[in-house]
Design a protein around this ligand. Structure first.
Ligand SMILES: [Zn+2]
Length: 444
């Protein structure tokens, strides 16, 4: 006790001498210099970003090192094994110890009193979340909290020289932004055919914790000029209507047609994980739907896309495969023949006649085997969940226009800025790590 008391006295002495020294040395600056007394007063009211008081405590920043567990951390802080055990018993109800990784930060707060005891420890698994160990009262209290997330909107634009991803990344956007942008336009633009000279502009959200960038948020509006054609999309959400829409309020997402025929046709064999095969006579999954239809019945592409296969493929017979976007692909089997102009690499539109029903390959009679793949996995075309392709209803059209015009103003702002400041247009000449989805002209 006596030792602690004298230490306290010594500290007061140091504080006093400090406060006087600057005044003597430079009286002119004294008024602008924050005096220690004032600092102490201010600190009493002040808290740090975790809401913890920063007065009368010694704060230390640490980084979790390799192989450091909760046990090692508390061992370093001089807790005995029994105490560490009871801390981890309490902590495991709140935190997942597997999330403790090297490089993460934690902060310790030691009381600047005679006890010099640890009053708080804050572990930060990421820049937003944190866990507080609070010994302020006699018993330990552990709680999770998060620093507030701020969203700012930002416009990124560029002229594509090599790939969308590369251009966005040079313009300060993330790979996630490139991905999100390509998802918005997935049903309109074949990103494999993005080429030099195409341009984009996007208004999107960026999330921050204080001033620290936390992550890319949603795309609010975007435009892409592709082969001289301008595509625009605006995010709109109201009364259960949600999605990206064109200037006219039409959904930019197009669902696939329910069936590859103009008229209804009888389903002769449904999608099944385990069906008795009619000619092989053993159980195997049926990855599509069979439609019984007379030979020569026109078969329609169920969505816009690029033909990736049009030819004879053994048991499949004459087959057409269409890639609609990064996610969806459809196949049409046992065809009698192909419509003119349908060959690998050809662009087809939703509802376009691509071939005719036949019985080529392993088939017992004229029928169409129709298959849908989502992310390379066959799904049931009759029950699949597709993005809504509904337009904005008339009742919400006025609201949509307000949103759209506001987004347009923000997008156009950038153009003006660029012109005024004469900022150079992004041009890229270096080669870059190629990302299939965003590369220019690599498909054919
Ligand atoms: Zn089939």
């Amino acid at each position: 006790m006596i030792r602690a008391f004298s230490l306290g006295l010594l500290m007061i002495t140091i504080l006093c001498s400090c406060s006087k020294e600057p005044k003597k040395a430079s009286p002119v600056e004294a008024s602008s210099v924050i005096q220690p007394e004032d600092t102490v007063k201010a600190l009493e009211l002040e808290v740090d970003e975790f809401g913890l008081p920063i007065a009368s405590v010694e704060i230390e920043e640490h980084t979790i090192e390799r192989n450091e567990s909760l046990y090692v951390i508390f061992d370093k802080l001089d807790f005995d094994p029994q105490e560490i055990y009871s801390i981890s018993e309490k902590a495991k109800k709140i935190i997942d110890f597997k999330k403790i990784r090297p490089g993460q930060r934690y902060r310790t707060y030691f009381k600047e009193d005679s006890t010099e005891a640890l009053s708080h420890l804050v572990w930060q698994p990421n820049s937003m979340e944190y866990v507080v160990f609070d010994w302020k009262q006699d018993s330990l209290n552990i709680y999770k909290a998060a620093r507030p997330l701020y969203t700012k909107t930002e416009v990124t634009s560029g002229v594509i020289n090599n790939s969308l991803y590369q251009t966005i990344s040079h313009a300060g956007g993330s790979q996630l932004l490139a991905h999100k942008l390509s998802q918005v336009f997935a049903w309109q633009i074949d990103f494999f055919s993005i080429r030099k000279g195409d341009s984009f502009k996007t208004l999107y959200e960026k999330k921050y914790v204080d001033d620290e960038f936390y992550g890319t948020g949603d795309v609010l509006a975007a435009q892409i000029e592709h082969r001289g054609e301008l595509f625009r999309a605006y995010y709109f959400s109201e009364d259960g209507v949600e999605g990206y829409y064109t200037e006219e309020g039409e959904s930019v997402q197009k669902a696939l047609l329910k069936a590859p025929f103009e008229y209804d046709h009888r389903i002769s064999s449904p999608f099944s994980k385990n069906r008795m095969h009619p000619t092989l006579n053993r159980r195997r999954p049926h990855n599509g739907v069979d439609y019984a239809a007379p030979r020569g019945t026109p078969v329609l592409s169920t969505g816009d896309g690029t033909v990736t296969r049009a030819g004879y493929y053994g048991a499949s017979g004459n087959m057409i495969r269409v890639k609609h976007n990064k996610t969806f692909e459809t196949s049409y089997l046992h065809l009698n023949g192909f419509a003119s102009g349908v060959h690998a690499g050809a662009r087809v539109e939703q509802g376009q006649v691509i071939g005719y029903v036949g019985t080529t390959g392993r088939s017992t009679g004229p029928h169409l085997h129709y298959e849908v793949k989502r992310n390379s996995r066959a799904i049931n075309p009759l029950t699949m969940d597709l993005p809504s392709s509904e337009s904005i209803p008339d009742s919400l059209m006025d609201d949509f226009k307000v949103v759209r015009n506001a987004f347009d103003r923000q997008l156009n702002q950038v153009q003006q800025d660029t012109a005024e400041t004469d900022r150079p247009v992004i041009t890229l000449n270096d080669t870059f790590i190629s990302n299939d989805a965003f590369d220019v002209g690599r498909t054919r």
